[in-house]
Design a protein around this ligand. Sequence first.
Ligand code: F0G
Length: 921
Amino acid sequence: MTERTSKTGRDEYAQLAKPGVFARLLSCGLDVEYHRARGDYLYCREADDPRTGRAGHSEGGASESDARPPSDRPAAAPGPDAGEIEILDLVGGFGAGLLGHNHPEVLQTVRELATQERPFLAQGSVRGAAGKLAAELSRRAEREVGEHHADGVPRKAPGERGYVVTLTNSGTEAVEAALKHAALERRRKLERLADEAARADASGAGSGTERAAALRELALAPPQFLALSRGFHGKTTGALQMTRAPEYREPWATLGVRVREIPAEDAAALAQAVDDATVSIPPAEPSSGGGRGADARFVDIAAIFVEPIQGEGGVFSLSTDYLAALRRAADEGDFPLVVDEIQTGMGRAGRFFAASESGLRGDYVLLAKALGGGVAKIGALLVRRDRYAAEFGRLHSSTFAEDDWASEVALTALSVIERDDIPGRASRLGERLLSRLRDVAERYPDAIAAVRGRGLMVGVEIADMSGSASPLIRVLAGAEQLGFVLAGYFLHRDHIRIFPTLSAPRTLRIEPSAYIAFDELERFAVALERACAALRAGDVYELCAFLARPGPGFSRDRHREPPGALRGAEVGPAQSSPPPRDLGKARDARRIRARPAEHTEKVGFLAHFLEPGDLRRWEPGLSPLSDEACERFLRRAREGIPPFVVGRSDMRSPAGTAAELTVVGLPFTPSQVMASLRSGEADWALELVARGTELAAGEGCRIIGFGGYTSIVTGNCRDVRPPPGVAVTSGNSLTAAAALEAVFEEARRRGRRRLRLAVVGAAGNIGAALAEVAGEEVDELVLVGRSRARRRLDALKRALDGRVRARIEVSTELGDLAGCDAILTATNAPSPIILPEHVGTGGVIVCDVATPGDVDPTVQRARPDASVLSGGRVRAPLGQKLAIDGFDLEPGEIYGCLAETLLLGLSGLHESLSRGPLRAD
Ligand code: F0G
């Protein structure tokens, strides 16, 4: 964190405003900051522009702004300044940008409001602007829902016509207001019926008391609302229950409103829901024969909500028939039908209300988004006047609602919409756009599943790409990330901004302003066509290489490892003169039982890239990327690429038992994790490991080994809670044991009797355990560490002195290694620390257990008589080769941590063996 606020606020946004979201923006290249907006364009700065800080982006895309909006359109942008990049905005504020950004007349209203010093806060007084807005909205709604005959003569008396308008500050608040009003309406109705029944009884008519009691009881029961599948109505607690995407709702499933979901377009399900909600009420009066009268029926539904075109759920227009069925159900059951026009309304879908297309009349209508003219935050609940509960205005209020500013802006927006025939424009442009996009879809049925929508509310559903030839595209598609990556692609390649709908992330949503030039929509169609061709060809380079561009997004984590330092990091330096250790020689076989051979145990192993270039090995489509580009790619995308299955391989033991290994890959490198660990910001890596564990468990693995940095970042598996019945292991026990055996066997092979052994990194957990075990076997033990670790080294010496056979010394100088016969090294240094001058002559044994390796590759060359061993590798019992792409292993070789995982699977020992700190026993 910088002390002062940075110039752009980028870092602060990442850390203090949207910590969880920023990484996702970054991962698909959407981490762009716009400083200006006009019409259908947003502007950001080029990366090297002095005004930028780091925001903006640097690489030019395809088309320059050849299609300036013609001058007849009020929002005509003056075009980019020097250093600005012009982005065509087809997101349109998720539908709020119907008039484009900063429409000049809307801005003029804002200026006038400021000049006139109009009140923003005058609660509890007559709000004239709010009144005018209410009247205007009521008039339009009246016109839309046909309260007039064709000749303009009203159908109803003035007091019954029109809508009462409750102003709010957002869409979701309008939804809350509707929920509250509907609940109030239901309660008042039940109370009224109860009063009537009681009165009837008082006049001696019969069983009214019983009826009144039943009605009063019902009035106090929580109301039930009906919501449609795929519906979206906002994210405050009540609206959230009407919003059906489980991802948003489930964390709060126990909160708030009682909702029954009915599948959209299913009239039978609607009828069933109404049926289920119908309750019998005891009769008010005896039957004519003097017996008990028939039960009355009451449909206990407080309201049903519908978006005429379901927007956030993936852009689905509801059929006229279905909308009519909703209307009928509401009429017959005498409950309000709430038409949510927050996204569809104001002309976006070709009519002032999208529902008008089907002749649907709402009892309540909700507006927001475009009502604010693109600059104000305002929403509205319209309630048919004959349904409105007069006390509602007192019961529901808000500090900011009804302010002059938003009300005047909305009035301007309404007059512009009328004057410029925005619904007509949206309808005509939308028709052309839809037919153009359907044309693309017809040519690329393998890339586009559907094109949907009406007016300027259009959805393009990308086909299921999980069968793509490209591994990265497969993984992105499987995790529903492809839509977001495509959004980044269009932004960087074409300077076009689109976004998938969040609950249907395969659907790209196109919602430009009604002033957009068709040329600009054509530009998108061309870009989409190119993307389709790339999807068809599995051309991951075309679609994803932009993630490797230099540019913003690397606010921290600037760590760079020296070139080549991480090659073979997991397994130590490449040379390993003597063969690796045998797996079969477990010292302590007490707990290991043979398992029946017919059972194949499923085990999983979490691995990660060892160096940035491994990205190319996994995804050959990215092979044109340099190492640096791969590094940038991974740094940017690591949180957007979910864990993936690298491959599967079988392993048999000499005893005949079998294990099936599933390797799960995580998209990071050791240097990235180290840098994050050092800055205390490795949560992202922990999260990826947790997701990787879930993936492996989901694949049926009952034992999961954590390779390389996945165990470091989880404190040797401690910080991950595996699902029930799943054991996890860091593999450190076998790795450490194999390293010790390697040293002693090499010593025996060389005929060494006495050993002076240095343990480098002895202050660390693994180093200390190695020292404790080795102390029993050697004559002299030198505990080596950095000067900062002096105290811990001394404490270890005190703990071991007299308990183990060896005479113990402590050193904080690598120079002292030169006098040792053997060196075991297990530090967490990010790059090699043991150089030729640290290794004495006369056949020193050097065993490297570190990840990344501690021993510099030059040591073996400079000291040809030394035995430089890879402590991290062991040999498979039958010399099996694991059929896993990307593992740099000779036939028969296995990483120690993986070997421990396999051993657990083969032996039937189902427990978390190496979890948490390693102990000598
Ligand atoms: N209703 C509908 C139909 C909406 O589309 C939205 C918001 C809301 C209510 C809530 O309005 O955001 O002002 O509170 N839809 C946006 C979207 C977020 O992505 O479609 P809000």
